[in-house]
Every structure is written in C-alpha cells, then in structure tokens.
Design a protein around this ligand. Structure first.
Ligand code: F6P
Length: 373
C-alpha cells in the first residue's frame, strides 16, 4: 500500500446466515492487528452506502470483557438486505464509497449480492474483494459458502428428532428445506439425516415415484414410517414447482411440503398420515458450526490479505481444503451452481435406496449457471 493509513469498509449483503459475524471478526482482527488499518462497518449493505452510514469496528469493541461473542453468534451485527434500490440509485451508492473515504471494500454475499457489488465496483472504480456466504451453497468455484454447514446440521438435527416421532406414530414426515433453485442443502441433509426420499430441483420427481418408494418400504421392509426431504424448489417431471408472486412482484417458493404430504394422504386414502415440517428461516439462524467458524475466519483473513496485496476484483474461495481466490467475473459467470445428477452424492443416495426422482430423464435444465458437485 502506498498510503500509510488505510481505511477499509465491510458489509454483509443478501440473506443472513450463521458465520457472518465470525467473518467480520476475522476481517477486523487481521486488518487492525496485523496492518493497523481502520475498519468501518457499513450497515444494511448498499443502503448504508446510500445513507453514508458507517460504524468504526475495533477488536476491542468486538470483545465483551475478554469474551468474544462474534465468533459464535448467528445473524450479522451489520444488518443486511436482500432487495433494495440498487439499480435505480447506483450512482449514489457508488458515491457513498468515496463519501466514506474508503480505500477498499470487503463485501460478504451470495451469488446475487456478489454480482451486484462487483458491477458497482467496476462502474465506480472501487477496490473490492468478495467473500461467499449462503446456506444454499450455490456460489460457484468455492466448495463451501459460509453458513451452509450450519444449515445442514440444523436440518439433520430436525430430521433426527422427527424420526422418533414418525416411528412412534407410523407417520410419513415431510420436511421442506430452503435452497432456492439448488438442492445442495436438501441432498446433504437428507443423506446425513437418513431420509427415504430426497427431492431436489435438479432431478424431476413424480408423485408415483414417491408412492412407489413408500409402498416398497412398507411391503418389502415392513417400515411403517418414512422421512421425505423436499427442497423448496423441487419440480415435477413436467417442470411444475410450488411458488407464488409476492407484493413486490417477485416469485417466491412456498408450499411444496404441503403438496407432497397431501398427495401422499390422497394416494393412501388417508391410511397413511403425513405431517409437514417447514423449518424455514430456522435454517438461517443459530450459532455457527465449528466448520463455518473456521471457514469464516480463513476467508475473512484471506480477504484482508488480498486488500493488502492490492489484488482487487477477486473472491476468496474454499477449494481442496484450502483458501484460494478467483476473479469475481469467473464466480458470477458460473453462479448459481446446481447439483450434478451424476455426482457422487446423488449416486450415494440412490445406492442407499433413497428415491431421488426419475432416473431416465435427461431433464435438469437450469437455464443459467453451472452444474457443480
Ligand atoms: O438464498 C438464501 C435463502 O435462504 C433461500 O434458501 C431462500 O429461498 C431465500 O433465501 C429466502 O429469502 P427471504 O429471507 O427473503 O425469505
């Protein structure tokens, strides 16, 4: 750095997830302790830039008499938004970076936020570095995004609890997961939680296929209960998902869990009881897992190193158990990523006898993004 004094900004953008605070903590610690920089926290992502608002973050300020709550708390102390007047007010947002006199900005976001922030950075000539986060785990190149591991663990915990009540009442438990158009969350949680059926957006299902699996469990194995994990964006063979348009005109996924449960009851003429659990935003809450804390710490530290080396326009990623970095353009061009129907995990699930949708389709036609994992 040519300047002796450096002031960097940090913001969190898009849906929150566990581990964001651990990443903020790592950025502040490394920037202040190693480099002696000043770190400004920008509240509510681009809204903070628009409002020219920032709070000074110090290592001392993050501590609570020697206890550091940030490592283990969910959410984000900076607040976040996953919609906003970004396009309409881009010039004002861009100007916010200068008004706050920033030398660089670190943005923690999912694929949508990283794309928006990198556009603003390009247009405004910001020195920008990105950190990937999302429980959906659909940011390209990185094998893990902050928040995913904790969300999987939350689901696995729920599946474990539900198995006991399912077994006690001979019921089918249908559990709806988040994940938007990708099935990483449902697939990982379903395998780890012992599901009998996992339905994900990338592999079309038929109700007939679900019924067949339930019949087989009962007739061949004598199982009187079952666990069905369904991703919110799961689609039938004819491409139907369950969604509605909200007041802002955005399409939102909702209702697949109830639909599947109703169909199971209808098919069995209510001789099987199906119950639905929609964990919803519980998946985004809670204390980050040990892995997410490690990941957030490593990515946060690496993002500061990129700023120190003046390597802007990059995203820090997790690859082969290590931190690496790639251009934001590369990440955005390939995001979001989808589950590869031929992946080892899908084959594992099928090998375990889990119904994962119809085999004999070429289907899976995400219109954008790339197939990964
Ligand atoms: O992208 C993260 C995510 O939690 C998705 O899994 C989910 O569909 C969406 O955000 C929910 O968004 P909101 O918080 O706006 O309801």
């Amino acid at each position: 750095m040519t300047k002796t004094h450096q002031r960097i900004g940090i913001l969190t953008s898009g849906g929150d997830c566990p581990g964001l605070n651990a990443a903020i903590r790592a950025v502040v610690s490394h920037a202040t302790l190693t480099f002696g920089w000043e770190v400004l926290g920008i509240p509510y992502a681009t809204q903070g830039l628009l409002d020219r608002k920032a709070v000074a973050l110090t290592v001392h300020g993050l501590d609570m008499r020697g206890i550091d709550p940030l490592l283990s708390t969910g959410g984000t102390i900076l607040g976040s938004i996953n919609r906003g007047p970004t396009e309409a007010r881009a010039d004002e947002i861009i100007e916010g970076y200068r008004a706050l006199d920033l030398d660089a900005l670190i943005g923690i976001g999912g694929d949508g936020s990283l794309a928006i922030l990198s556009q603003l950075a390009r247009k405004g000539g910001w020195n920008f570095v990105g950190i990937p986060k999302t429980i959906d785990n659909d940011v390209a190149v990185t094998e893990r995004s902050i928040g995913f591991d904790t969300a999987v663990n939350t689901l696995v915990d729920a599946l474990h609890k539900l198995s006991y009540t399912a077994a006690s009442h001979d019921r089918v438990m249908v559990v709806e997961t988040m994940g938007r158009d990708s099935g990483h969350l449902a697939l990982h949680a379903g395998i780890a939680g012992g599901a009998d059926v996992i339905l994900i957006p990338e592999i079309p299902y038929t109700i007939g296929g679900v019924r067949k699996k339930l019949d087989e469990l009962r007739d061949r194995w004598g199982h009187r209960f079952a666990i069905v994990v369904v991703a919110e964006g799961a689609k039938t063979l004819s491409g139907e998902s369950r969604a509605y348009t909200d007041a802002q005109g955005e399409i939102r996924l909702r209702g697949i869990g109830n639909y599947i449960a109703d169909e199971i009851c209808r098919y069995t003429k209510n001789t099987i009881e199906a119950r639905v659990t929609v964990l919803g935003h519980v998946q985004r809450g809670g204390t980050p897992s040990a892995f997410d804390r490690v990941l957030a710490s490593a990515l946060g530290k690496a993002a500061v190193d990129l700023v120190a080396d003046e390597r802007f326009g990059q995203v820090v990623v997790w690859k082969n158990g290590e931190v690496a970095d790639v251009s934001i353009a590369e990440v955005c061009a390939q995001s979001p990523t989808y589950v590869d129907p031929q992946s080892c995990l899908v084959k594992t699930a099928r090998g375990l006898g889990i119904y994962m949708g119809e085999l004999n389709t070429t289907a899976i036609a995400p219109l954008v993004g790339s197939i990964a994992r």
